[in-house]
Design a protein around this ligand. Structure first.
Ligand code: AMP
Length: 526
């Protein structure tokens, strides 16, 4: 049968609790990879086996030969990549649980990789593997600045990560330039192996310090990446899917450098690569590598009226997909996921020889996303319900709400529009209570959101914007004026269409931000 994570959970729990028998795979499960997709508020645990590392390396090893076809000469310089490890935990049965990239960077495949002129990074392993995210970012930025003339490409895994690095530079350039000027490392960097490495390469360089200071002290940061790292040929970041919202901001800071989306992968399995990486973001197609897993496709037909189908949907093999059609990706992996629904919707755009190529359309059920967090409608609904309990003593309820991922500032943050109904105008909820509502919503959201807020600083405090009474009725009027049916109209739980945003924002009566970080620890709650 075709399955979802929830179907597999009993087996996953057995493995997590220490059952070492061959439950899903004949190979021993070496660790769990924690996905940014969640189940009941916690990261999904994906089983993996040792040999998967070889498959991941195989896919990575194809990226530069492909890039070299389009951008020659990259072996003559370096890549400034902002790469990070995240915290790891152990399951009750003693298996490690950590994100796939943390697992990869900590593996010998990465740490003791042979010298390859096409893959020389400015960041040393000591910085990438430093568990303290401030020290790691600081050292990577400093190394990037010190080697700025050699940098030919700048990147991070996702667009949000690269923008976080730019924000870091905005906040920390005075100290970074002071380090470069004096050759003395910021005392906040206390990690011994990191200090040892940095002490070796950091020498006083007043000329470089002045040059960086000159650029960073300007009010206008447009094109800052191309101004500091003048030899950059492209930005290597994923800007497909939910990350497309960052394209304008990246264009602004890079002065319009090409954006290369090189690969498509997940914790479950690595899928494929972009064989034309210098194409426009909207044109990106990924070619799935048939040796990564067994791939099948569930035809995705938006069920317009919600009628049940006559027969269960049939899976289509990789060789049988049709150009122009949309499918949900279903994988059978070497580590023991059988006919597992990943949740990604892909559209076939064409073929490379006989291999189909796919445009990433979207991930199912994601309403809001800033970084790798994925909040669905049910999670948002629960968060609103929990927060609105605080309004009871003011005889006030939330009559309608919608949301918006505001990425105009770095980091971006969730904005929730609330229309309130108060029975007692003399006793309306004060700012302090609405702030607590923001925090209550954050406490209800999933652990990936909370980790972004607390540990990674990749998501800013949640904001509630209270709108005037009648605003949501106006929203409906607007939708109907544009052709929506009155019978079928539903309040959109997330908005991003400019006229609607403008309507909502023009009706805002007050705005409130979460006053504190939600509670989060790397430990899983279940
Ligand atoms: P995770 O399991 O946390 O590694 O997340 C994997 C998911 O990230 C995939 O299933 C996709 O939804 C998304 N993703 C990964 N690579 C890309 C890409 N190149 N473009 C768009 N979305 C991607």
């Amino acid at each position: 049968p075709i399955i979802t994570y929830e179907d597999l959970q009993p087996e996953i729990h057995r493995i997590a609790n220490g059952d070492r028998s061959a439950i899903l795979s004949a190979h021993p499960i070496s660790e769990f990879l924690t996905s940014s997709g969640t189940s009941a508020g916690e990261r999904k645990l994906m089983p993996t086996i040792k040999e998967e590392l070889d498959r991941r390396r195989l896919l990575y090893s194809l990226l530069m030969p492909v890039m070299n076809l389009y951008v020659p000469g990259l072996e003559r310089g370096k890549g400034l990549y902002f790469l990070f490890v995240k915290s790891e935990t152990r399951t009750p049965g003693g298996l490690l649980a950590r994100p796939v990239l943390t697992s990869y960077y900590k593996s010998d495949h990465f740490k003791t990789r042979p010298y390859d002129p096409y893959n020389v990074y400015t960041s040393p392993n000591e910085a990438i593997l430093c568990p303290d995210s401030f020290q790691s970012m600081y050292a990577q930025m400093l190394c990037g600045l010190l080697q700025r003339q050699q940098v030919l490409r700048v990147g991070a895994v996702f667009a949000s990560g690269l923008l976080r690095a730019i924000r870091f530079l905005q906040l920390n350039w005075p100290q970074l330039t002071q380090d470069i000027e004096t050759g003395a490392l910021n005392p906040k960097l206390t990690d011994p192996s990191l200090r040892e490495y940095m002490d070796k390469i950091l020498k006083p360089n007043p000329e470089l310090a002045e040059c960086v200071r000159h650029e960073c002290s300007k009010d206008n940061w447009e094109g800052i990446i191309a101004r500091i790292w003048q030899n950059t040929k492209y930005l290597d970041v994923i800007v497909t899917g939910a990350m497309a919202q960052y394209i304008p901001t990246l264009d602004y800071y890079s002065g319009g450098l090409p954006l290369a989306c090189t690969m498509y992968a997940s914790s479950e399995c690595y899928f494929g690569l972009n064989l034309n990486p210098m194409c426009k973001p909207s044109q990106v197609s990924y070619t799935i590598m048939p040796n990564m897993a067994y791939f099948e496709f569930l035809p995705h037909e938006p069920d317009s009226f919600g009628f049940p189908r006559d027969s269960p949907p049939k899976l289509v093999d990789l060789v049988d997909v049709e150009v122009g059609k949309e499918y949900e990706l279903v994988i059978t992996t070497y580590a023991g996921l059988y006919r597992y629904r990943v949740g990604d919707i892909l559209r076939v755009t064409g073929f490379h020889n006989s291999a189909p190529q796919f445009h990433f359309v979207r991930r199912k059920n994601v309403l809001l996303s800033i970084d790798s967090d994925k909040t669905d409608e049910a999670e948002l609904q629960k968060a609103v319900e929990n927060a609105s309990r605080l309004l009871r003593e003011f005889n006030t309820s939330v009559v309608e709400y919608t949301s918006y991922a505001d990425t105009r500032t770095i980091p971006g943050h969730y904005v929730i529009y609330w229309e309130l109904l108060g029975k007692d105008s003399a006793n309306s909820p004060p700012d302090e209570v609405l702030k607590q509502c923001c925090l209550a919503m954050e406490e209800s959201l999933n652990s990936v959101y909370q980790q972004g807020r607390v540990a990674d600083n990749s998501i800013g405090p949640l904001e509630i914007r209270v709108v005037k009474n009648g605003t949501f009725e106006e929203l409906m009027d607007y939708a109907i004026s544009r052709g929506a049916s009155i019978n079928q109209y539903k309040v959109p739980r997330c908005v991003n269409f400019t006229p609607i945003m403008e309507l909502l924002d023009s009706r805002v009566v007050s705005s409130h931000f979460s006053p504190a970080s939600p509670h989060w620890t790397p430990e899983r709650r279940r």
